[in-house]
Every structure is written in structure tokens, then in C-alpha cells.
Design a binder for this molecule. Structure first.
Ligand SMILES: [Zn+2]
Ligand SMILES: [Zn+2]
Length: 630
């Protein structure tokens, strides 16, 4: 990815002056001359990495000076005092301000370790005569692609090419003119504040930023963002271009028709009504959709989505699983046959501008900017993006001003729950599936002897053998055994294979234990065989994928203290792999100590069951049993 080198300039006419940074000052002079009769320009710095030049500019100017400041307004200004003191004999007021700003820039540069530089040349309007401004049709084509989006320069080039659009003017030039017009935003990947790396403008991160020389600009002051590095490096020297979407661009003549299977369970009906209310009302702007395993939360959102489409908004649905985008696109097309539904990956930029519903992978959400009236992020607890705050920020940024964002998550972050308690987040809870059975609540097993010894071996703790025996021969259930890492899958699998041929297990065979992990090429086949009940014990690492729908499966999470893998969200998800039949399946978190994530996951699952009970959503038998037991 290329960096942009820009210099700070001051341009002036007889009545006002303006400071900016540009990679091509004569282009700016041509534009400013046309627009406001600017005739002179002083180059105040050498060409520097974009983020550094912008930092220097912002250190020495006011907002007014960056937009056009009257020279007459300098009465009483210190600068004029200097001019009056005789320094400025024979020079114009504009030139005098330029000299003062140059000195201020040197001081600001020294604070961040830049060596003094000489004052650059003064360019005149005549010199800009041969510089061409981008023709209007070219800018139109660029707008078509950039509107509602956020792109690095190379990404924008690719988007234009995909669109079959060939621009004759260099892209940087067109974007500079659009910036001068105030049409689009031009930001450095990272911003400096008081000379320190302060903020990633792509993902909003403020803490996980690293300073260091980069290969592009060779500047030791450059740096990058660690938080969003998975989506390509955001750097101080790289420009990010953005343009807000048009609000109310679309308007439907007729209400969108939609076909969703009617919700028969009261929990689903209530959730649908709640979400519709959220979509309709002004405040709050965020919603937490909290579903229990085995429910279909998206179904509860269709009325709300229709609501937003009818008011002319565009809707984005983001899913963490790339492989699900196509499936989800088909599903939404089926539900809203009259609406234009597209997947972000397969559509061109101009098609996305027109689409009413866009389906994207969560990692693609980062390229949208103030475009959607409603953004729904499914399964936001998954760890594809490092942490929920990043996901929240990029979802909010993809939303138009006064738009709505909704997060579907089985393990809401404490921060989201706290904001919900303060009324800043609307809650839609779907605590029970259509069958009315409560969720299996995990049991905690602290097992000190669960460890890997120095020879990289493990022994099967007695407690785990008992749980397994109880599951297989007492509950007559198959068992998922989750371990945090691939090498542990191998170790635990081998140990179990040795154990199940011995008492108390009856007539078991070694090959009744299957082992798998995320990179296992035969994983899908093994999963299918497990689902068909061909073997009873499946040892595997947790992989974010669709849970199997089985009725008689217990879950054992081994080494549950491994917090790097087992976050609260993952633990809730793994508990959700237990069977959803009746009597309830069982779940054990087995670790050599308890963790916050384990306790949090147990508490969240219990909370949903209590909520389901309180609202009367459970199967009638539960209430009868409760009554009978007094
Ligand atoms: Zn750089
Ligand atoms: Zn970032």
C-alpha cells in the first residue's frame, strides 16, 4: 500500500488566506484561484508523510484558517503587530502571515523531532495555468463508488476498476478537489495528537497503536494500528477517503412485502414486537438482541427491517461467518422478494448504492461509512474481530446519522449490559426456543489433576471418567469433548481411547473416540458421522460453525480455564452444542481453576432461563411441576 507525501501551504488573495496540506499544491492553487480568486501560495514545509503534515497543519491553525480567514480580521493580531514593527516592509499581508506560520510550523516540527527546513517557494496563479482540474463527469463516477464507503487509495482503485470505470485524472487529484469542496473526508490512517499516536481513523482504536518506521514512508515517526491489522495495516502515512451516503436516497412507493413463517411461540412474537418498536422510535439508537441457543433471532427482526425499508433506508446484515453470506442472502431474498438484496462481496460499488438490504461478512463492515439506516451484526460475540468494541465502532460508523445499530449476541459484553441499564441500549430478549425447554445450565468441575505434564502427556482425571461414564451409560447420550488446542485434542483423544476399553465402561472400543480440530481436512465428514450417531465420543477444538442439531448430546469442556480460547462468548456457544431435547442434556466446564469467563457464561445462561420462566415462556409442564413441588 502506498503512502501519500504532502506539504503544508498557505494560499491568499487580497482579502483572505487559507492553509491546507496537499500532494499537488498547484492543483490546489488552480482550484482556489477559480473558486475564490486566490493568486499566491507559499509552500511552508517539505513533502512529509500525510499524517505528519496534517498534524503540523492542525498544530498551527484554527478551523477558520483552514477554511478561509479574512486578512482584515487580523487587526490586533500579534502577526499584524509584527508586520507593523517593520519586518514586513515591501511584503503583502498574505506573505507576512505565511512567514509567521512557517516559523510556527518549524517550532511544532521540532517538538516531534523534525530538523529545521528552509521556507519553500512562492507559487503564482500563472504557474498553475497548465494544471488541469478533474472534469465533472469524472468526479461523478468517483462519487458513485465512494458514496457511503471508506477506502484506502488502492481499494478505491480496485473498486473503480471492478466497475469498469477508467479515470484520466490521477485519483489523488480528484480526491483532493473533492476534499477542498468539502464533499468527502480525507483522513490519515492514524492521527497524531501532541506528537503522540492518538487514534486509528479506520477502526477508532485509541490504545493499541504502535509507533515505528514503516517501509512505505521510511519515517521513524510513522506507526500502525494493532486493533484492525487483520484487515490490512492502517498507517500514519496512508490516506483514508470517505464520503457519507445520501440519507433518504431511496423511497418506496409501496410498502415492502415480506414472507416470514408466522411466529407461533409467544417469546418470538414478543421479541418481534420489541424490535419493531426499536426500529420505529427515535431513541435509543442501539439494540441488544439476546437470544438463547436454538432460537432464530433473525426471524424476530423481520418486521423491524421492513419498517426501516419502508421509510426509505438501507439495511446491512453482517455475519461473522463468510461461508454463510450466500446462504443468508438467499434467505433474505426469500423473505423480502420485492426488495433488492445483495451480498457485499458479489455486488459492485454502484449496485451497493442501490441495494435495499446488503449482506456482508463482519470484516467487510469496515469499508462502509454513514450508509445504512439499520445495521444488524449477528453473533457479535465471535472473536473474528479483536473485541467487541471494535465491532461496535465500525457498525456505528456504517450507520447514517440518527440511524440504528443492533447486535445479536448470546453473550453480551458487560459494557453493553451497563449501557442497557442506563437506557442507552434497547433490549430484545429471546430466552427460549419454540420447544419451550430451558437451556442446560453448565456445572462447574474444579479438577486440580487436569494438566499436561512435563513430557507433554495428560492423565484422565477420575472425575472426567465418571462424567463420561454417566453420560454414555446413564444418560445414553453422545458426548462432545472440547479442548482448547489441536495438540490437546490429540492428547485427550488418546487418553480417552485408552480409558474407554477399561471398566467402568462396558464393551467399548478404541475407535469409538474420534479426534478433530479446526484444520482437520476430514472434519466435516467426522461431524456428519457423529450427527448420525456412528460413534459416541467426539474430541475437538471449538470451531465457530453451525452447531449440530442433536437431541441427546452432553458437553464436556476440558481445560475450561484457558481464557485465551474460552471467552465467555465461546463458553456460552459451546454449552449451546448440548442437545436440545428433554430431559435436558448436560454441560460441564472442567478446569483446574474457575475463571471470570466460566462464571459469566454460567450466569448468562441461568439469567435466560429465569427470564423465560418469569415471562411464562416455558413448556406448561414446568409450571405444573413447580406447582406440584410447591
Ligand atoms: Zn509510513
Ligand atoms: Zn485500527
Amino acid at each position: 500500500m502506498s503512502c501519500l507525501r504532502t506539504c503544508v501551504y498557505l494560499a491568499w488573495n487580497t482579502v483572505e488566506y487559507r492553509l491546507e496540506v496537499s500532494h499537488h499544491p498547484l492543483l490546489d492553487l488552480k482550484y482556489l484561484g477559480h473558486q475564490s480568486n486566490y493568486r499566491r501560495m507559499a509552500l511552508l514545509t517539505p513533502f512529509l508523510p500525510f499524517g505528519i503534515a496534517l498534524f503540523l497543519l492542525e498544530s498551527v491553525t484554527t478551523r477558520g484558517e483552514r477554511a478561509g480567514q479574512g486578512l482584515a480580521g487580523l487587526q490586533g493580531h500579534r502577526l499584524l503587530a509584527r508586520i507593523a514593527s517593520g519586518l514586513g516592509k515591501g511584503r503583502s499581508a498574505g506573505e507576512e502571515v505565511a512567514r509567521a506560520k512557517y516559523r510556527a510550523l518549524i517550532r511544532a516540527g521540532q517538538k516531534i523531532g523534525l530538523a529545521e527546513w528552509p521556507l519553500g517557494e512562492i507559487l503564482t496563479w500563472e504557474q498553475a495555468a497548465n494544471t488541469a482540474l478533474p472534469p465533472e463527469p469524472e468526479l461523478d463516477r468517483l462519487r458513485l463508488v465512494l458514496r457511503g464507503r471508506s477506502f484506502w487509495l488502492p481499494e478505491l482503485e480496485i473498486a473503480l476498476r471492478e466497475q469498469g470505470l477508467c479515470l484520466r485524472t490521477p485519483l489523488e487529484d480528484s480526491l483532493q478537489v473533492m476534499h477542498l469542496r468539502g464533499e468527502s473526508l480525507r483522513l490519515p490512517g492514524l492521527s497524531l495528537h501532541s506528537g503522540e499516536m492518538a487514534r486509528c481513523n479506520r477502526c477508532g482504536e485509541e490504545n493499541h497503536l504502535e509507533t515505528g518506521q514503516c517501509l512505505d514512508c521510511k519515517n521513524p515517526l510513522c506507526g500502525h494500528c494493532i486493533s484492525c491489522v487483520g484487515m490490512g495495516e492502517a498507517r500514519l502515512c496512508r490516506p483514508l477517503y470517505r464520503m457519507a451516503g445520501l440519507v433518504g436516497e431511496k423511497s418506496r412507493k409501496e410498502p415492502v412485502e415480506f414472507f416470514a413463517t408466522a411466529s407461533c411461540h409467544p417469546a418470538e412474537k414478543d421479541a418481534a414486537g420489541e424490535f419493531r418498536r426499536f426500529a420505529r422510535e427515535q431513541e435509543p439508537s442501539q439494540c441488544l438482541v439476546w437470544p438463547a441457543r436454538g432460537t432464530d433471532p433473525l426471524k424476530a427482526l423481520f418486521h423491524g427491517i421492513a419498517e426501516r425499508l419502508n421509510s426509505g433506508g438501507q439495511v446491512l446484515i453482517a455475519t461473522p461467518r463468510r461461508d454463510q453470506v450466500t446462504e443468508l442472502t438467499q434467505r433474505i431474498k426469500g423473505v423480502f422478494p420485492g426488495a433488492e438484496v445483495l451480498s457485499a462481496r458479489s455486488a459492485s460499488a454502484s449496485e451497493l448504492g442501490q441495494a435495499e438490504v446488503v449482506i456482508a461478512a463482519t470484516t467487510e463492515v469496515i469499508s462502509f461509512f454513514q450508509k445504512f439506516s439499520l445495521v444488524i451484526v449477528d453473533e457479535s460475540e465471535t472473536q473474528l474481530l479483536s473485541g467487541n468494541r471494535l465491532l461496535q465502532r465500525i457498525a456505528e460508523r456504517a450507520t447514517v446519522q440518527k440511524g440504528k445499530t443492533a447486535f445479536i449476541t448470546a453473550a453480551p459484553e458487560p459494557e453493553l449490559l451497563a449501557r442497557m441499564k442506563n437506557g442507552l441500549v434497547h433490549l430484545v430478549c429471546l430466552p427460549v426456543g419454540a420447544n419451550g425447554y430451558p437451556l442446560p445450565e453448565p456445572q462447574l468441575v474444579i479438577e486440580k489433576s487436569l494438566l499436561i505434564d512435563r513430557r507433554d502427556q495428560m492423565e484422565l482425571p477420575e472425575s472426567v471418567a465418571q462424567i463420561l461414564h454417566q453420560s454414555l451409560e446413564g444418560d445414553l447420550s453422545q458426548v462432545f469433548v472440547f479442548v482448547p488446542h489441536a495438540f490437546l485434542a490429540q492428547r485427550a483423544g488418546e487418553v480417552l481411547r485408552r480409558a474407554v476399553v477399561l471398566p467402568p465402561f462396558n464393551h467399548y472400543q478404541e475407535d469409538w473416540v474420534f479426534i478433530s480440530h479446526a484444520r482437520d481436512a476430514e472434519r466435516e465428514e467426522k461431524k456428519a458421522r457423529f450427527a448420525r450417531g456412528e460413534f459416541p465420543i467426539f474430541v475437538t477444538t471449538p470451531v465457530a460453525e453451525k452447531p449440530l442439531k442433536l437431541s441427546r448430546v452432553n458437553v464436556i469442556v476440558l481445560f475450561a480455564e484457558a481464557e485465551d480460547v474460552y471467552t465467555e462468548g465461546t463458553l456460552v456457544q459451546l454449552a449451546g452444542c448440548a442437545g436440545d431435547g428433554w430431559p435436558p442434556a448436560r454441560v460441564w466446564y472442567v478446569g483446574n481453576r474457575s475463571t471470570k469467563a466460566m462464571k459469566g457464561a454460567m450466569q448468562k445462561i441461568r439469567h435466560l432461563n429465569q427470564e423465560a420462566f418469569r415471562r411464562g415462556y416455558l413448556h406448561p409442564d414446568f409450571y405444573l411441576t413447580m406447582k406440584a413441588e410447591g
